[in-house]
Design a protein. Structure first.
Length: 79
């Protein structure tokens, strides 16, 4: 999975404010949903959202760069 620079910038700008982090995450989810033709089968999208939420929780005390690195790795490890 590739995360484009505007989402990276949004995460960095929002880091430390839980409401803004959630908003950036939802924007990323909708962007991915558009690319994945959100419509008939929501399993992949729900799994992606759950994985992103888990990574966000695990890296909450880290920098936004660590979160982005771990998120990309989580999707890469999934194949």
């Amino acid at each position: 999975m590739n995360i484009d620079q505007r989402h990276v910038d949004a995460v960095k700008a929002a880091w430390g404010n839980p409401n803004k982090v959630a908003e950036a995450g939802l924007n990323l989810l909708w962007s991915l949903a558009d690319k994945l033709s959100f419509g008939t089968d929501h399993d992949d999208q729900a799994s992606n959202a759950l994985r992103a939420g888990v990574v966000a929780g695990l890296t909450a005390g880290e920098t936004p760069e660590i979160f982005i690195e771990k998120l990309v790795a989580a999707f890469r490890d999934d194949g």
